[in-house]
Design a binder for this molecule. Structure first.
Ligand code: NAI
Length: 279
């Protein structure tokens, strides 16, 4: 492969693409917060496409182990590894554990996240601190832990799950969450700049309203009303499923996206409620 001036060349995609095969065959992937929701759907999508999956969880051991069992029963490889992404030490141990088991990490999906509601008057400092620790520092810890290894191999895909809150939707009471998620968009572009010369792609996904445990708070009536309201704000007239986001993560994690980096892929059904014209 031509590689002028040491510029990283494309990965070898010379295999016969007419032959059906998994889009992540032989790849080792790490999905944070994978015991449920978007993380779980992503882990399943990756496994179905031939990847070995590290199912990261912080507390839900049983759920994570059940997912691993399901993946293994379907004939793919998976392992559950506990780590609170807010802890640099635990993240490092998780990455070391993955490398000890499978020898490499090709894909990192920074999915783990939490949502504390609040506005300028009500946002509590401890909630803000926790969101910074998990949603922002968690992604930094994971990217920092895998980057040296990916750089050495001159191969890697990092997908960060941000939110349309980062882009300025009008969802009430999500001000601190929006601020933290916006920092992930900025971080994605910076990491892409720094890691691009080493053959590593870094992209973000901004999901809209996705039905998961995170968004299923309140009474069934309240949830129904919220879903109806959110569906009405989307051009496609529906809210999203975890699989909608998993499909986008799969694309960005695959070599089909090998010339895509520093991008923000919005997966929101065409939301129309944005705050300003400047984004
Ligand atoms: P969820 O609450 O169902 O799942 C989040 C997962 O992250 C859980 O498995 C949880 O245990 C894990 N987690 C939380 N703190 C952790 C920590 N410290 N260490 C390791 N794992 C931890 O939420 P959902 O909806 O699946 O969200 C996934 C990601 O997508 C989050 O980053 C969220 O902010 C983002 N997102 C979700 C949207 C939605 O409408 N559901 C919209 C936009 C973004």
């Amino acid at each position: 492969m031509v590689n002028p001036g040491g510029v990283p060349s494309r990965p070898d995609m010379s295999y016969d693409r007419s032959v059906m095969r998994g889009r992540l065959d032989g790849k080792v992937t790490l999905v944070t917060g994978a015991s449920r929701g978007i993380g779980r759907a992503t882990a399943l999508a990756f496994a179905r496409q031939g990847a070995a999956v590290v199912v990261n969880y912080s507390k839900a051991h049983e759920q994570a182990q059940r997912l691993v069992d399901d993946i293994q029963k379907a004939g793919a490889q998976a392992v559950a590894i506990r780590a609170d992404v807010a802890s640099r030490t635990e993240v490092r141990a998780m990455v070391e554990g993955t490398l000890a088991r499978w020898g490499r990490i090709d894909v990192l999906v920074n999915n783990a996240g939490i949502l504390h509601r609040g506005n300028i008057l009500t946002l509590a400092e401890e909630n803000l601190d926790e969101m910074i620790a998990v949603n922002l520092k968690g992604m930094i810890h994971c990217a920092q832990a895998v980057a040296p290894h990916m750089m050495k191999r001159r191969y890697g895909k990092i997908v960060n799950i941000a939110s349309i809150a980062a882009l300025g939707t009008t969802m009430a009471d999500t001000t601190p969450y929006a601020a933290v998620k916006a920092s992930i968009v900025a971080l994605t572009k910076r990491f892409a700049l720094e890691l691009g010369p080493h053959g590593i792609n870094v992209n973000a996904i901004c999901p809209g309203f996705i039905r998961t445990d995170m968004t299923s708070v309140g009474t069934p009536q309240e949830l129904d009303a919220r879903v109806l309201s959110m569906a009405g704000r989307a051009m496609l007239g529906r809210v999203g499923a975890p699989e909608d986001v998993a499909a986008a993560a799969l694309f960005l994690a695959s070599d089909e996206a090998s010339f895509i980096t520093a991008q923000v892929l919005t997966v929101d059904g065409g939301r129309m409620d944005f705050l300003s014209h400047s984004g």
